[in-house]
Design a binder for this molecule. Structure first.
Ligand code: URA
Length: 465
């Protein structure tokens, strides 16, 4: 196909529903990152893609162009003892509430021989962000120099940091323009945005956790499934074997949501405090529950893709051994200390992590069982408490949030509250309590009458071609 050189001709072609050639997409993305396309042209292009979509080949080309618009990390062929001796692995989630998988999975994979250069984001809308959680740890530097980041990935096996200006710069501009031109909700734009950033980290394999349910970015099973399968397909065609899991977000994944409270939960899982033989959280929960199951399943997929285990059972056995031995916790501690956090965070988290001024239980108006949750509303309650942002420039209060959140099907009464609120003031706690009561439905039903959603609903594996 002849290349149509003028950007307005390319935008016109997309506007009229034609497919663009990979070279044409490359030209446009170069224009996005070098500024030769105006904001008006980028907005028009985004709208043309939003309205007419892209076929698979176009989406792959867009993803590769976004990935290659800046630095692409290389971990081998460096010489001087700098090469990583194991597979480079990573995970991404479409975001949820009480989703602290990254905090546990990164160190856990590192303890199994993988290397995890994880570039994470901040909270978006009702969802929490890994960077915000890590910033609850005093001193933790989410923006280390490139050398420090590389050294830590080599030495600790894991470093979770923020996006740099050099990584996928085309996405930074495109995303900002999509945000104000009503073009965020487009499958090819979402997929290329997520994958462009992730694949720029030089991965050997990726696992995607695509959420579905009331707290998900795409709440319906159909939309989430389409996103999961498109991501797996496009990433593998772009050269990175990818497995996408579709997991339930019709209730918070962990029994807590917030920043410091989620770091505490991660430490409890990593140190074994939540395997059943020591005290749990305020509710007495010691199980690790759904969070542990999803994290373990995602991690097993990564170990398989990185050839660190021969089969699924072998992957699970390795993971269980490295958790029980304390090796995963030790990697977490090394990452935190290596990025400027306290060296004794695991032993003294109560001293280092901020606690809220007011911590109090919220009881349901009637006894019964939890039959439904508006998970998105629970996430928004955390934002309202100050644990998330109203505007991008806002600061956040890392100490606030929810803990001991009752699960779907669980009985609540005058002794077992819906959750504990961690707030900056009594007035904030009262407001959050009302939001909680409105978001969690309680009915007088028998235990078997509550239909519990399947936690892991689909697993879509795609090898690189
Ligand atoms: N997250 C991203 O990074 N990009 C999108 O387009 C949507 C979610």
């Amino acid at each position: 196909m002849a290349i149509r050189a003028l950007p307005q001709e390319l935008i016109r072609a997309k506007r009229d529903g034609q497919a663009l050639a990979p070279e044409e997409i490359g030209e446009l993305v170069t224009g996005v990152s070098d500024g030769s396309l105006s904001d008006a042209q980028v907005g028009a292009l985004a709208m043309a893609i939003y309205l007419n979509g892209m076929n698979a080949a176009e989406t792959v080309a867009l993803t590769e162009a976004v990935r290659d618009s800046g630095e692409v990390l290389v971990w081998r062929g460096l010489g001087q003892g700098l090469d990583l001796p194991g597979p480079v692995l990573d995970k991404h989630s479409t975001g949820g509430v009480g989703d602290l998988v990254s905090l546990v999975l990164g160190p856990w994979i590192a303890a199994c021989g993988g290397y995890v250069p994880m570039v994470s984001g901040r909270g978006l809308g009702h969802t929490g962000g890994t960077l915000d959680k890590l910033e609850a740890i005093p001193g933790y530097d989410i923006a280390p120099t490139r050398e420090r980041f590389r050294r830590l990935v080599r030495e600790a096996g894991v470093a979770i940091v923020g996006q740099t200006a050099e990584l996928a710069p085309a996405d930074r501009r495109l995303y900002a323009i999509r945000d104000v031109t009503a073009t965020v909700e487009s499958l090819p734009l979402i997929v290329s945005s997520i994958l462009g950033k992730k694949l720029a980290c030089g991965l050997d394999a990726l696992v995607m956790d695509v959420k579905t349910g009331s707290g998900a970015f795409m709440p319906t099973h159909e939309a989430s499934f389409e996103l999961a399968s498109t991501i797996a397909e496009v990433a593998s065609r772009a050269g990175t074997p990818t497995t996408a899991l579709l997991t339930d977000m019709s209730q918070p994944l962990a029994p807590c949501a917030g920043n410091a409270v989620e770091v505490r939960e991660a430490i409890a899982l990593l140190t074994g405090e939540k395997t059943g033989d020591k005290s749990g959280d305020e509710s007495g929960d010691k199980s690790g529950g759904r969070l542990l199951e999803v994290t373990r399943t995602l991690a097993a997929e990564l170990l398989l893709a990185g050839r660190l285990a021969r089969d699924h059972e072998g992957a699970l056995a390795l993971l269980d051994e490295r958790l029980a031995s304390g090796a995963a916790a030790e990697r977490f501690a090394r990452m935190v200390a290596g990025l400027g956090g306290p060296a004794d965070l695991l032993e003294r988290h109560d001293r280092h992590l901020p606690g809220a001024a007011v911590v109090r239980p919220v009881y349901a108006e009637r006894s019964g069982r939890v039959t439904r949750m508006d998970t998105r509303a629970l996430g928004l309650a955390v934002v309202t408490l100050g644990g998330g942002r109203r505007a991008p420039s806002d600061g956040i209060d890392h100490s606030v949030g929810l803990s001991g959140i009752a699960a779907l099907g669980e009985a609540v009464d005058g002794e077992r509250p819906l959750a504990w609120v961690h707030a900056g003031s009594e007035a904030d706690a009262e407001r959050a309590a009302s939001q909680l009561r409105a978001a969690i439905e309680v009915n007088d039903v028998a235990p078997g009458d509550v239909v519990l959603p399947t936690l892991i609903q689909d697993v879509i594996r795609r090898e690189a071609p």
